[in-house]
Design a protein around this ligand. Structure first.
Ligand code: NG1
Ligand code: MG
Length: 516
């Protein structure tokens, strides 16, 4: 499926967003002309996302269920006339992001210094990934990219857990492909390249955010699969009475993954990978774990498949029925509980002695590309979270697809919300990726009528998502305003308060807009 081309903002946004977006896009295009003295040729766009359920399991290659939001990243572009050394000039509508200019090297990789927290790194990572793809397609090892004049504008809050980074990277890759004459951009190709590209910025991320940003279809959630290959299914929300509403609330605790990655996100990726390798050894599996698209090349999902293949003769686990797959996950939870008993984690020495490798090998294989800092690796807890969360995603999807016939709207909401609450408990207690502010937002929401409340995205700050019956949304908002926002931030402006809480409607994915 190709990235759609839009000629009207009605193709992109819900009717209620069109008036505001029209003004914003007009400002972008006018500013472009003023800056570069010529009109933009096209605008590339990709949205942010909220994850409804399936947290921290994409990099273990288990299915997740996000949806795109209206807030997005847009990028107006004109190709520069050909020049000896092609150049990028890039600016942002928000003055806190300074304009930059750089030359595109004639061959080799686009340089990115991930130690610098530099906003244009996301553009460079999209450029790097897209030019590698272009090189492959054109079979030309020297071709890199044409020069581009670029003006950006993003409405996804940075560090706010709604994946501003993926929106930026996906948009950049799309813009570079289009600027280099790719009129039809395949969504899957774009998504795969954006996933790998974003890792150049220093976070060893999974693929959920880019999948939501690229694939999303308005009005639906996305069931994203990573095995046997990247794919998705659009899921409709059932009509319920009371109507089902997702509300997001910012904690305003900035989750700066670039600073915290070695002890938070990247460490979790290493722990999950080590859990897979460790379990394979504990169960004496004969075959090595399969190499896959996970950040470190082997995953808990890979262990899962090989385990049932060797122990129970399941040759193609992608064909397993939902109920059998759930039974497998239950079994893995029991096995993890029994065979990874250490509550206080595993030391390097314990891991290397079981795996029969040196500490230098351990560091080299799992911790060299993205360094992490830890004395102990909590393999038991990480595996338990991943298997139980994968199970919750399956249950959630089953409820959406076929609500129990006798259940009322309220019952269905409670069942869905119950799963979201369990996710929050697991993120807080088992995966250790929540924080007191997120916990508090969840508690307050539940006490005011939310049926399910949890963090969304990586956690450690950022955003939360809540399933709220429509008739209770105002109660929940009021409670947060009084007990969280005005209490923790007494000087909060009305504008910031309005930004903090958003009733999220599932929006559409990546688009190219032709400026005529
Ligand atoms: P955030 O930090 O919200 O963009 C991150 C990862 C996802 C996923 C979630 C946790 C990136 C780009 N994204 O999301 O792949 O692992 O955490 O479920 O790092
Ligand atoms: Mg991000």
């Amino acid at each position: 499926m190709d990235v759609p081309t839009a000629t009207s903002l009605r193709d992109i946004y819900d009717d209620d967003a069109v008036p505001v977006e029209t003004k914003r896009w007009e400002r972008l295009l006018a500013k472009f002309k003023e800056l570069y003295g010529k009109p933009a040729e096209f605008v590339a766009r990709s949205p942010g996302r909220v994850n409804i359920i399936g947290e921290h399991i994409d990099y273990s290659l288990y299915e997740v269920l996000p949806m795109a939001i209206t807030a997005d990243f847009i990028m107006a572009v004109a190709v520069r006339p050909s020049e000896e050394q092609p150049k990028v000039r890039i600016a942002n509508m928000q003055s806190k992001f300074p304009s930059r200019e750089f030359e595109i090297p004639k061959e080799g990789e686009i340089p990115i210094d991930s130690t610098q927290h530099e906003w244009t790194n996301y553009f460079r990572s999209g450029l790097r990934g897209a030019s590698e793809l272009l090189q492959q397609k054109k079979g030309d090892s020297h071709f890199v990219s044409v020069g581009m004049d670029v003006l950006c504008d993003g409405t996804v809050p940075a560090g706010g857990g709604m994946s501003s980074s993926a929106a930026f990277t996906c948009t950049s890759s799309l813009a570079v492909l289009r600027a280099n004459g790719e009129d039809k951009v395949d969504k899957k190709e774009l998504c795969e390249l954006a996933i790998v590209s974003e890792r150049a910025v220093g976070v060893n991320s999974g693929g959920m955010d880019q999948a939501a940003s690229v694939f999303a279809l308005r009005g639906t959630a996305l069931y994203v699969t990573f095995k046997p290959a990247l794919g998705f299914k659009a899921l409709e929300f059932p009509q319920t009475d009371p109507e089902l509403t997702f509300v997001t609330a910012q904690s305003f605790v900035a989750a700066d993954k670039h600073v915290t990655a070695p002890v938070c996100y990247n460490l979790r990726v290493v722990e999950c990978t080590l859990a897979a390798v460790f379990l394979a050894k504990v169960f004496n599996l004969k075959r090595p774990l399969p190499q896959d698209s996970s950040p470190l090349g082997v995953s808990l999902r890979g262990f899962h498949d090989i385990y049932f293949e060797e122990k129970e003769g399941v040759t193609d686990n992608t064909q397993t029925s939902v109920s059998d797959f759930s039974t497998q996950l239950q079994k893995l939870i029991t096995l993890t509980t029994d065979y990874l008993p250490q509550e206080d984690g595993y030391t390097r020495a314990q891991i290397t002695s079981l795996l029969g490798i040196s500490e230098a090998d351990l560091d080299q294989t799992y911790m060299s590309k993205f360094p992490v800092r830890a004395e102990r690796f909590l393999l038991r807890q990480r595996a338990l979270h991943v298997f139980s969360e994968a199970l919750r995603v399956i249950k959630f999807r089953a409820l959406l697809a076929a609500p129990p016939p006798s259940s009322s709207g309220t019952d269905l909401l409670k069942a869905l919300g119950g799963l979201m609450n369990e996710t929050q408990d697991s993120c807080r207690d088992v995966y250790d990726c929540s924080c007191v502010e997120l916990d508090e937002l969840c508690e307050l929401a539940r006490s005011a009528g939310a049926v399910g409340s949890r963090l969304t995205g990586a956690g450690w700050g950022g955003c939360s998502v809540h399933l709220v019956p429509k008739d209770r949304v105002e109660d929940v908002k009021r409670k947060w305003e009084e007990k969280y926002y005005r209490k923790r931030f007494p000087d909060i402006s009305e504008e910031r308060l309005a930004e903090a809480v958003v009733v999220s409607k599932p929006g559409s994915g990546s688009t190219i807009f032709e400026v005529v």
